[in-house]
Design a protein around this ligand. Structure first.
Ligand code: ADP
Ligand code: MG
Length: 351
């Protein structure tokens, strides 16, 4: 099933919480909607499910307009943030419920397979109140996955799982969706989920679509400073600069020398990812001088917090153990690793 949103908006009391969203989700695609809390992700998903009606715009499932089609007629399976299970039914019957009402064959086999996939086999005879939050969430996921709908709609379905379970659940979910080729819209505020699960990622902020692209495109070519700052841990380092001369720029009261002619001639925002910066001793020629204020040791890598000249902290991610707190250093980068944005609108302007 192909899904198309055409200029979809939703307002509550004249306040737009979703504004002018146009998006095509291809048949069989796993699309992740990523954004901070309150950005309008759940509202968008609810409109696809038929639980909310758009204030304006059109939603198509394949070629049919579904704006006013009730949820039960859309053949979608939903998993919500708040995993409402039937409290009086055992886990097995909760998972079986969507099959029972459809009188499916092989129900028992499907249920045990899905339960096994999500590590629920030992819990099938328990009641929801006997389960942890993470276990309940997996039951809710199983109840959706046991079906074979045209569309999966999932709203932060892994948010209550611990880190290890989340990793395995991500793997299972992705495998299952790929095997069955069911169009999936998956909402999350977690960039790791978005980058690992999505065929494409749609980034939202303040009700508006900021960028739609493959995980690689979103990471390598963020279209604006919001996407650049939202994706990546730590996020992209950014600094507002004023070019002066062919190769030098000013930020605050400090002048920096760029290694090649600057690709921009007007005021702009320069961005560099933490893993694209190299720390060199202060006496080596470098682009940006700084003071190491703090180093987070993460085992396989460290994140250094470097106070740069203009009262700003930049993050450097590296795998060496050279950097020490209190050291004066220089930060080096390659011109091809820079991102340039318009200082007013925040849009990508070069590279
Ligand atoms: P997200 O899922 O990205 O966190 P939501 O779609 O849940 O965001 O909400 C977007 C905004 O819309 C929030 O500011 C929220 O308070 C508001 N909102 C959601 N539902 C309603 C409603 N029924 N009435 C009024 N405001 C709502
Ligand atoms: Mg939400």
């Amino acid at each position: 099933m192909k899904i198309k949103l055409e200029r979809i908006s939703k307002a509550y009391h004249h306040n737009f919480v979703v504004k002018d969203v146009t998006l095509v989700i291809n048949s069989g695609e796993f699309l992740v909607v990523l954004g901070p809390s309150g950005s309008g992700k759940s509202t968008t998903l609810h409109m696809l499910a038929g639980l909310e009606t758009p204030s304006s715009g059109t939603i198509f499932f394949d070629d049919g307009m579904v704006n006013n089609l009730p949820p039960g007629k859309r053949d979608v399976a939903m998993v919500f943030q708040s995993y409402a299970l039937y409290p009086h039914m055992k886990v097995y019957d909760n998972i079986a419920f969507p099959l029972k009402i459809r009188k499916e064959k092989d129900a028992d086999k499907k249920i045990s397979n899905t339960a096994a996939l999500l590590g629920l086999t030992a819990l099938l005879q328990k009641y929801p109140k006997e389960l942890s939050g993470g276990e309940r969430q997996r039951v809710a996921l199983a109840r959706a996955l046991v079906r074979n709908p045209q569309v999966f709609l999932m709203d932060e379905p892994l948010s209550n799982l611990d880190a290890r379970l989340r990793l395995s659940a991500r793997g299972e979910l992705k495998k299952l969706q790929r095997d069955r080729n069911i169009t999936t819209v998956y909402v999350t505020h977690d960039q790791t989920e978005a980058l690992t699960l999505g065929d494409r990622v749609a980034v939202m902020d303040k009700g508006r679509l900021q960028q739609v692209g493959t995980p690689n495109e979103i990471y390598q070519k963020p279209q604006n400073t919001f996407v650049a700052g939202f994706i990546g841990t730590p996020p992209m380092n950014m600094i507002t600069i004023k070019p002066c001369g062919n190769r030098s720029f000013v930020s605050g009261e400090t002048t920096f020398e760029f290694p090649t002619p600057l690709p921009v001639k007007t005021n702009c925002i320069l961005g560099i990812r933490p893993e694209k910066l190299t720390v060199v001793p202060a006496n080596e020629p470098s682009l940006i001088p700084g003071l190491i204020e703090y180093v987070e040791y993460l085992g396989h890598e460290s994140i250094s917090h470097v106070k740069i000249a203009s009262h700003m902290t930049w993050y450097v991610k590296d795998t060496t153990e050279r950097t020490r707190v209190g050291e004066l250093v220089g930060l080096k980068f390659l011109p091809e690793d820079t991102h340039w944005f318009d200082p007013v609108r925040g849009e990508r302007i070069a590279n």
